[in-house]
Design a protein around this ligand. Structure first.
Ligand code: FES
Length: 340
């Protein structure tokens, strides 16, 4: 091969992949991280051609662990990082890619034992597809969108259309109405999320702190703890002040848990009553959620009489309507495994 011929291999010291699929984090964050990486790569010379330690950064579809994102993997080391933000990325670049020391506190999975990572060498042989090289080297090409580069305008439009189609957000889901099944439906969604290894939390307003209903038993067995905050429904309360105080305390606890980032899906069970009784202003609750709910957190709120402001704010609202009821129509009392 002469100096002027195109190389048959474009070696990389490392390749990092950042999930942009959207189940683990807002896809926009992946794009921002890739952009930040490009800036760091320029500063450290990691983008230079013929540098055996150069690093390629690619946005990719789901990496198979759809929570705790953004997810970033480093190859060929086989190290998976989660909760990656700009600061963590900078540490990964400085400590791992340049310094050879993985950032242990953000690793949630590794293919080999710690310390067995492959350090990039001058004989580096890892060579991803060459078409990716063209993308990195033509940073100002006319068909670029954000930090992505495309061979034709059609390819760019297709990719953008796909990206928009895939866009996801944490939904606000309201189950309301006078029929049965509001909480049961919510727990069904939690079970679905549990089956997807998502982190689940929730507050049960008005349920007694010692409540041990069948659904709570099931969740406990699944390792999911909902926090019961109430002292029973208001119409059985002997002390309304205490009921109100517990419900308001429940909202304070809920707020802390919602902003904690510890959950992918969160349930506020029977929460509509707190607003319906006038203990909390629905507009203020919505304003707080609008400002503080993490964008990818799914929030489910149940209870009768959902206030208008909440219904307007929610993405999905379902009204349960009672058509027949075994007690009202036949005098059949609540039964184990069905009602509790
Ligand atoms: S959606 Fe990001 S890892 Fe699955």
């Amino acid at each position: 091969m002469t100096e002027s011929s195109a190389p048959t291999m474009r070696p990389y010291g490392h390749q990092i992949l950042i999930c942009e699929n959207g189940d683990c984090a807002d896809p926009e964050l992946a794009t921002q991280l890739q952009q930040r990486f490009r800036e760091l790569a320029l500063v450290h010379g990691l983008a230079k051609l013929r540098n055996p330690k150069r690093v390629k950064c690619t946005l990719t579809d789901c990496l198979g662990v759809c929570s705790g994102g953004p997810i970033l993997t480093v190859y060929p080391d086989g190290i998976w990082y989660h909760h990656v933000d700009a600061a963590v990325l900078e540490r990964i670049v400085n400590e791992h890619l340049i310094g050879g020391q993985p950032v242990e506190e953000y690793i949630f999975h590794r293919l080999g034992a710690a310390g067995t990572e492959t350090a990039p060498t001058d004989e580096q042989s890892y060579a991803p597809d060459r078409s990716g090289d063209a993308q990195e080297e033509a940073a100002d090409a006319p068909n670029s969108v954000g930090t992505q580069l495309y061979s034709t305008p059609e390819a760019r439009d297709r990719r953008e259309a796909n990206r928009k189609h895939r866009q996801q957000k944490g939904l606000v889901i309201v189950n309301t109405g006078n029929g049965k099944g509001k909480t049961t439906a919510a727990l069904g969604v939690l079970t679905r999320a549990w089956g997807r290894d998502m982190r689940i939390g929730g507050i049960q307003f008005f349920k007694h702190e010692n409540a041990n209903y069948g659904e709570l038993r099931a969740l406990k067995r699944m390792g999911v703890e909902l926090t019961p905050m109430g002292d029973g429904f208001t119409w059985t309360s002997r002390d309304m002040d205490e009921t109100q105080a517990k419900a308001l305390h429940g909202w304070e606890v809920a707020k802390q848990q919602i902003v904690s980032g510890d959950y992918a899906i969160f349930l506020l069970d029977e929460f509509t009553y707190v607003m319906h009784f006038g203990w909390l202003d629905a507009n203020e609750v919505v304003a707080w959620l609008r400002k503080h709910k993490p964008p990818m957190l799914h929030l489910i709120i149940t209870g009768r009489d959902a206030p208008e402001a909440l219904v307007a704010f929610a993405d999905l609202v379902t009204e349960m309507r009672e058509v027949k009821h075994p007690f009202r129509d036949q005098g059949i009392k609540a039964q184990r495994g069905i009602e509790f």
